[in-house]
Structure formats: structure tokens, C-alpha cells
Design a protein around this ligand. Structure first.
Ligand SMILES: [Zn+2]
Length: 438
């Protein structure tokens, strides 16, 4: 008998593999933060013993959810400006609020609240784009969540940096400081084609290639963005990025609501990744990403919530459901984007986009033990013909019972173990008071 740190014994394991498997009466053995075995309960009990055996009789275990696009600290702007067209929302509300309020303390408070919300909702990894990414990294390490922090670049000065060179240098310094981190990685995060110039994007393309580092950018979010670019430069932003050497396997293109068939083919040929944020697109009426079509062309498509100021939550279970339902209406086919595909988008595809699929995204021997237990005994998910159907179409976040990242139990029977939730909420309420009284 081999002694391991933990053994999890759920009713189902949904590993997220090519066969769309659902294992019943299987268990997971975890040691040193890694999955050492996924096998039937009888086999597992014959081979392993542990002081920590977690019985999860009515639960399904899935890989940790990967929120592939967010601005975590914007939780502090949740509900600040709703029901507005995207340009009005951004130019007249969000950017002025950011100019006035964003500071290191703001990012600390907002990220802490976001991590509490994400962990309790089964998200174990998030891909962030915001100012003070060093603080986002610190907060993530402190609570044990996995993160990819964006080395943000914008052409104009902000509180974080004065010009593109400073943005890039601060990003690279952060990247070096995180070299030994097992939880936090970095990627380049030029905000969007309309806020970053050609020379800066070219420099990012070169550095991305040299360092084998992903590039996370908002792209083709609205028809207006594309039309304005065509008016000003004669070419669509995607084409511009292609000319600048950014369309490759390191590109994470967020939104992509405006896509022509040849652009979809181009994304597939270059193995670029699309990050679909259906709820943000719906709420801002930005447009619709052709998710079903991207899947059928073999493009890797992951899911993100976007910031809490345009969603207004960081709920990846909700995002999966919306993605699936939205794809059905957009493609006029109820067969589009089935439940298992939606779950794959929220897990393994996110890991692939972040170039972390060797480590996370599925339940496989050797990968990091980033897993989530979901309680299906709730009336809302009974009776149960298929746990994947229940998870994608019926479940809510209060059914997330336990969350492990690298084998560490960060949510234990619904309670956070590394974040003082009440403290996070109190600090966020204080920010809300300051912001609303100004
Ligand atoms: Zn965004």
C-alpha cells in the first residue's frame, strides 16, 4: 500500500478528455500537489492509503475552471454603470472611474474580493489584464489560486506607467520576479489594437516569440471598433495584427464578435486561441462570437467572464451555460455547443490558451491537482441522468463544495480556507462608499 496525502472519492469524475468520459465510482489519489492516480474506487483502495480520505457521495469532480479573461480588481466597479452602450460605458464611466480611483490599494482590495468570488465558484485559475499586475500576483500567491497576470501595455500614460517602454519594462521585471513561482505565470497584455500603436505591438510580437510568451488582447469586440479601424487604416484589426506578426499559437484574442470566414480559417491555421466572453458581449450588446463555427473549424476557444463591471459576476458555471445557449441561437442550431464542449471550453481549452495544458485543465495522472467538487444532491440538479448536463444547464455556484489548487484545499465544504471573506467584503464596501460619495 502506498501512502498518499489525499484520496477523493466522489460519485462521478468528469476528466475532460477526448472521449467525453464520465467515470462513475472512481476516485483520485493526490500526492505532493499532483494527481497520482485516477482509478475505480476498488482499485484505488487496494493500492493507496491516506490519513485524508474525502468521501463525496453525491458529488462530481471536474477540473478546476479556468477564467481565461478577466480584470479581477474591477469587482470594485461591479454595478457602477449598467445598461449603457459599450463606448458610453467605457469612455464616460469606466475610464474616468479608473483614472480617479485605481491605485495599488484598489487593486489589492478588488483582487482579494475577486479571488474569494472565483474560488467559491470553482475557478482555480484566472487570466488577468489590469494595472498593478505585481499586486494581482501577490494576492493570488497569498490565497493559493493559480493566475496568469498580464504584462499590461497601453499607449497612453496611467498610474502604472508613463509610456510603452515603461509598461513593457515593468512587465518584464515582474516576469523575472515570478520565474520560480509555481502558481503565477505572465503573458503580454496589450489592451487592444485601438489603444496600442504598431511599433509597440511589433516589439511585443518580437518579445513574445523570443520568450515563448502568450499575448492576451481584446480584439474585434464590436462592429464599431472594426469599422473605425477600416476607415482610418484601410484594414481590419485582425489583419493588422497578422501583418505585425501576432497571429500565431501564442495569441489569445478576446471577444472576436466580428469574424469573416477567412479569418476563422486563419485562426485555425495559426493555432491561435479565441477567448469567448458571452455574458459581457450580451450585456454591452457588443455582438456575438460565432463559437459553434469556431469549434467546427478546430479553433481552440476558451471562456472568460471579462471584468465584473460588464458581466457582472465572475461565475464560470453561468458563463458555460450562457455560451452554450448563446451558440444555439447564433448558429440557429440546438445541436451547437453541447454541454461537454462547454465544460471543455471552461477547463482544458482555457489551459491550452494559457499554454498550461501540460499542468492543468483535465483530470489526468501527473497533472497538478486543481479540481473542484460539485454537490449534485440539491433539488435543482435532481434527478440526475447526466452530471455534465446538470453542471452546465442546471447548477449554480452555491453547489461548489470544495476546491483544490495544487492539492491544497482552498474551499472546504463551501468555506474559504485562505481568504478572510468578511474582511474582503468590508474593504470592498468601504471602497464602494468612497466611490459613490464622490
Ligand atoms: Zn476585457
Amino acid at each position: 500500500m502506498e501512502n498518499v496525502e489525499q484520496i477523493l472519492l466522489p460519485r462521478w469524475i468528469i476528466p475532460v478528455d477526448d472521449e467525453n468520459s464520465i467515470h462513475e465510482d472512481f476516485g483520485i489519489a493526490i500526492n505532493a500537489g499532483r494527481i497520482v492516480a485516477v482509478a475505480s474506487k476498488s482499485e484505488l483502495k487496494a493500492r493507496y492509503c491516506s490519513d485524508s480520505v474525502v468521501e463525496l457521495a453525491e458529488h462530481a469532480i471536474i477540473p478546476g475552471l479556468v477564467n481565461a479573461h478577466t480584470h479581477a480588481s474591477m469587482t470594485l466597479f461591479r454595478g457602477l454603470a449598467d445598461d449603457l452602450p459599450m463606448p458610453v460605458w467605457l469612455n464616460e464611466h469606466i475610464w474616468p472611474a479608473e483614472a480617479k480611483w485605481v491605485s495599488r490599494e484598489f487593486v489589492q482590495a478588488g483582487t482579494s474580493l475577486a479571488c474569494a468570488e472565483m474560488l467559491r465558484g470553482g475557478t482555480t485559475c484566472f487570466n488577468d489584464m489590469y494595472f498593478f499586475p505585481d499586486t494581482v500576483a501577490e494576492q493570488s500567491e497569498a490565497c493559493g489560486i493559480r493566475a496568469c497576470v498580464g504584462m499590461i501595455v497601453i499607449e497612453f500614460p496611467t498610474i502604472w506607467a508613463k509610456d510603452p517602454n515603461e509598461y513593457i519594462q515593468k512587465g518584464l521585471d515582474l516576469r523575472s520576479s515570478l520565474e520560480k513561482s509555481t502558481l503565477v505565470t505572465t503573458c503580454f497584455a496589450p489592451h487592444a489594437p485601438y489603444t496600442v500603436s504598431d511599433p509597440t505591438l511589433t516589439q511585443i510580437a518580437e518579445l513574445s516569440s523570443e520568450l515563448n510568451c502568450q499575448v492576451h488582447i481584446h480584439l474585434h469586440e464590436t462592429a464599431e471598433e472594426v469599422e473605425r479601424a477600416v476607415c482610418e487604416s484601410g484594414i481590419r484589426p485582425f489583419e493588422r495584427l497578422n501583418h505585425l506578426g501576432l497571429v500565431n499559437q501564442r495569441l489569445m484574442a478576446v471577444h472576436m464578435t466580428q469574424l469573416k470566414t477567412h479569418e476563422i480559417q486563419n485562426l485555425a491555421e495559426h493555432a491561435s486561441h479565441v477567448i469567448h466572453c458571452p455574458e459581457s458581449n450580451l450585456k454591452l450588446s457588443s455582438g456575438s462570437c460565432p463559437a459553434g463555427e469556431l469549434v467546427s473549424h478546430g479553433v481552440n476557444i476558451a471562456l472568460g467572464t471579462d471584468g465584473a463591471s460588464s458581466n457582472n459576476d465572475l461565475d464560470m458555471l453561468g458563463e458555460m451555460r450562457t455560451a452554450s445557449l448563446f451558440a444555439k441561437i447564433v448558429s440557429e442550431s440546438a445541436e451547437s455547443l453541447d454541454a461537454y464542449t462547454a465544460l471543455r471550453m471552461a477547463t482544458l481549452n482555457g489551459a491550452k490558451a494559457l499554454n498550461l495544458d501540460h499542468e492543468i485543465g483535465s483530470i489526468e495522472t501527473g497533472k497538478s491537482a486543481d479540481v473542484v467538487a460539485l454537490d449534485l444532491s440539491h433539488p435543482a440538479t435532481q434527478p440526475c441522468y447526466s452530471p455534465v448536463s446538470q453542471i452546465v444547464y442546471s447548477m449554480s455556484r452555491d453547489q461548489v463544495s470544495d476546491v483544490w489548487v495544487a492539492g491544497k484545499r482552498l474551499v472546504n465544504e463551501g468555506a474559504l480556507t485562505t481568504i478572510d471573506e468578511q474582511q474582503s467584503i468590508t474593504v470592498a464596501q468601504n471602497w464602494c462608499n468612497r466611490i459613490s460619495q464622490s
